[in-house]
Design a protein around this ligand. Structure first.
Ligand SMILES: C[S@@+](CC[C@H](N)C(=O)[O-])C[C@H]1O[C@@H](n2cnc3c(N)ncnc32)[C@H](O)[C@@H]1O
Length: 338
C-alpha cells in the first residue's frame, strides 16, 4: 500500500480500501446512535487510560512479527466499531512515521493493572520500525464524525474513517494486514457474521484481535450498575439493547473464531484492578456511555439516588481510601492462513 501523509478528513474513505459492496445495509443501531454525544463528552478525558487498555490488544495483533518487520511493510490496519477513536488512535500513533509519545496519566474510571503496565517503547523496540495506515470504522455516522474531528485535532495523518457495519464490510477480500476491535463485536445482532466478514477482508497471514468483556460476575462495576439502574430506572443491559457479555465464555468464543475460518487462535484473559480515590464517582463515564439517554430522562433525584446506591454497593472494594474494583476482559485473536 502506498504511504499516505495528509491530515484525516471527516468521514474520509481511504482510496486503497475500495468498497466491494455498499456500506451499512442495515440501519445503525438506535442504541448506539443515541450514545454518540455521551462518547464524545468523555473521549478526551478517558484518552490517558486508553493506552493501557489498548496495549494487550495491539500486542495480540503481532504487528512486530518477523514477517512484518523484516519486510518493512507499510501496514494497512482496520479497526472495527471504533466509536470515537479507540484503539484506532493508539494503532495510528504506533504506525505513524514520526511517532508521538504514548499517552501516560492515571487510570481514571476503567482501571489499570500491574500486568497491563509497562515501559514506553525503547530505542530497540521493533515497533519503531513499523509504519502504516489505519482505517477506523463504526456503524454510527455521528461516532465516525466525532472520531474524524478528534483525529484532525490531533493531526493524525495516517488515519481515515468510514461508516461501516462490521457485518457487511464495504471492502474487497484479503486487504488488511491486521484487524482490531475493542468492545464491539458483541453488539452486532449477528456477531458470527461480523467474524466471517473480518476473516474475508483480512490478508493472508494477517491477524485479527477482538477485545470482549468477561462474565458479568467478574465485572462488579457492571453487575452493580445493572442492579441499581434496574431497581431505580427499570432498565438494565437487555432493555437498553446492550449484549455486553455475548463473548464472555472463552471456549465458546474461541470456537466461534474457528468457525469463522481463523486459525492459530489465542484467547487471553485480563483482570486489571484500578486504584481510584474513594471520593471519585468513577462509574459515571461507563454508565453515561451505556445509559446516556435513560439518565438524561431521569430526574435529578433519581440520578442522585443512582450515584448513592452505586457508591454504597461498591464501597466494600475500598482499600486504603481507594476503590479497587476488579474487571475482566478477554482478547480473542486469530490468523488467516497463507
Ligand atoms: C462499546 S463501543 C466501543 C467503541 C470503541 N471501540 C472503544 O472501545 O472505545 C461499541 C461500538 O460499536 C459500534 N457498533 C455497534 N454495532 C456495530 C456494527 N454492527 N458495526 C460496526 N459498529 C458497530 C457502536 O456504534 C459503538 O461505537
Amino acid at each position: 500500500m502506498p504511504a499516505r501523509s495528509r491530515p484525516a478528513q471527516p468521514a474520509a474513505i481511504a482510496a486503497e480500501a475500495v468498497p466491494a459492496k455498499p456500506a451499512s445495509p442495515s440501519a445503525p443501531s438506535e442504541t448506539w446512535h443515541q450514545l454518540s454525544d455521551d462518547w464524545m463528552n468523555w473521549a478526551d478525558r478517558l484518552a490517558p487510560q486508553a493506552e493501557k487498555i489498548n496495549r494487550p490488544l495491539i500486542d495480540a495483533l503481532n504487528l512486530t512479527s518477523p514477517a512484518n518487520t523484516a519486510a518493512r511493510h507499510h501496514l494497512l490496519v482496520l479497526d472495527l466499531a471504533s466509536g470515537v477513536g479507540e484503539p484506532a488512535f493508539g494503532i495510528a500513533r504506533l504506525l505513524a512515521r514520526h511517532k508521538t509519545d504514548a499517552r501516560g496519566g492515571d487510570n481514571g474510571g476503567c482501571g489499570s493493572s500491574d500486568d497491563e503496565d509497562g515501559e514506553h517503547a525503547s530505542e530497540n523496540d521493533p515497533a519503531k520500525a513499523l509504519t502504516g495506515h489505519v482505517i477506523a470504522s463504526d456503524i454510527v455516522p455521528a461516532m465516525c464524525a466525532g472520531l474524524a474531528q478528534r483525529a484532525q485535532a490531533e493531526q493524525l495523518a495516517n488515519l481515515d474513517v468510514i461508516a461501516a457495519d462490521m457485518q457487511a464490510l464495504p471492502f474487497a477480500n484479503d486487504i488488511f494486514n491486521a484487524i482490531s476491535c475493542r468492545f464491539g463485536v458483541m453488539f452486532c445482532p449477528r456477531p458470527d457474521l461480523a467474524l466471517r466478514e473480518s476473516y474475508r477482508v483480512l490478508a493472508p497471514s494477517g491477524r485479527a484481535a477482538f477485545m470482549v468483556w468477561g462474565p458479568i460476575g467478574d465485572n462488579p462495576l457492571f453487575s452493580v450498575m445493572q442492579d441499581v439502574l434496574q431497581s431505580i430506572l427499570g432498565v438494565g443491559f437487555d432493555q437498553a439493547g446492550l449484549n455486553l457479555f455475548d463473548f464472555a465464555d472463552v471456549n465458546a468464543s474461541a470456537s466461534r473464531m474457528g468457525k469463522a475460518g481463523f486459525d492459530d487462535i489465542v484467547v487471553t484473559s485480563h483482570r486489571p484492578c484500578g486504584r481510584i480515590p474513594h471520593n471519585s464517582a468513577f462509574w459515571r463515564p461507563q454508565m453515561e456511555m451505556l445509559f446516556g439517554p435513560q439518565l438524561r430522562n431521569a430526574s435529578p433525584a433519581a440520578r442522585d439516588a443512582i450515584d448513592a446506591a452505586i457508591r454504597t454497593k461498591l464501597s466494600h472494594y475500598i482499600k486504603d481510601d481507594h476503590f479497587r474494583v476488579p474487571m475482566c476482559f478477554h482478547i480473542i485473536a486469530g490468523s488467516k492462513g497463507n
